[in-house]
Design a protein around this ligand. Structure first.
Ligand SMILES: [Zn+2]
Length: 228
């Protein structure tokens, strides 16, 4: 009799604990936004391996390292929100030896991913070290001008940038029919911007700004439902 009562008491306590944790879990879980469902984003961390891209003016840090850190952080934001994410590279190395073969391998990843959006992450460089700010590039055919503009606004708001989106004749944003943009997150030739870009905290801030831009792009049906 005593054992049965004790068992019942334990079961009751366990039920209460499960119920309480269940409510907390449901309350804390963000609902997946409808525009996220079934959407795949390819994140391309530019450069890699012997191709380090541009280097920091004071620290000599390779652009490829920052690109990868931002890409991985962006991936975690997107996955948490419910997107499917494919990285062109997830390690420090390039996909293939030789720039052309490497770029073709990235194009292959984009095609296989059946993606809805491609975002290529880079860091910029300019001879005049006062030049700064994040900038979004789209292919010269102009088809992705609108999504580039949406992303540029998201970056300007969150990173205190004042730049404007522009066309760029880059392979990665022209190698498929998937809507594609290339983001130069900042200038490694600007000492102040470099000092921010090398920190995990600012890399997260950049990734979050891009994440917000992607959400806005996906939420604009008129843009994403059109075959660009
Ligand atoms: Zn680059």
């Amino acid at each position: 009799m005593f054992v049965t009562v004790k068992k019942r008491a334990i079961l009751l306590v366990l039920s209460i604990i499960i119920a309480v944790f269940g409510v907390i879990f449901i309350k804390n879980r963000q609902p997946v936004q409808s525009y996220v469902l079934g959407k795949t984003v390819v994140i391309d961390a530019g450069h890699g391996g012997i191709d380090g891209g541009v280097t920091g003016v004071n620290t000599g840090i390779k652009e490829s390292e920052i690109n990868l850190a931002v890409a991985k952080c962006l991936k975690s934001f997107l996955v948490y929100a419910g997107y499917k994410v494919v990285l062109t590279r997830s390690g420090e190395d390039s996909l293939k030896r030789g720039k052309l073969k490497d770029m073709e391998a990235r194009a292959e990843v984009i095609k296989k991913a059946n993606a809805d959006l491609v975002v290529s992450i880079h860091q910029n460089d300019y001879p005049l070290n006062s030049v700064k700010g994040a900038q979004v590039f789209y292919a010269p055919n102009g088809e992705c001008r609108e999504i580039a503009s949406v992303m540029q606004k998201a970056l300007n708001e969150r990173l205190s940038s004042t730049r404007k989106e522009a066309t760029g004749d880059y392979y990665i944003i022209q190698c498929s029919s998937v809507p594609s943009i290339l983001i130069e997150c900042g200038f490694l030739s600007n000492p102040t911007e470099e000092s921010k870009l090398i920190t995990a905290e600012y890399q997260q801030k950049v990734a979050y700004a891009i994440f917000c831009g992607i959400n806005q792009i996906m939420d604009i049906d008129s843009i994403m439902n059109r075959s660009v």
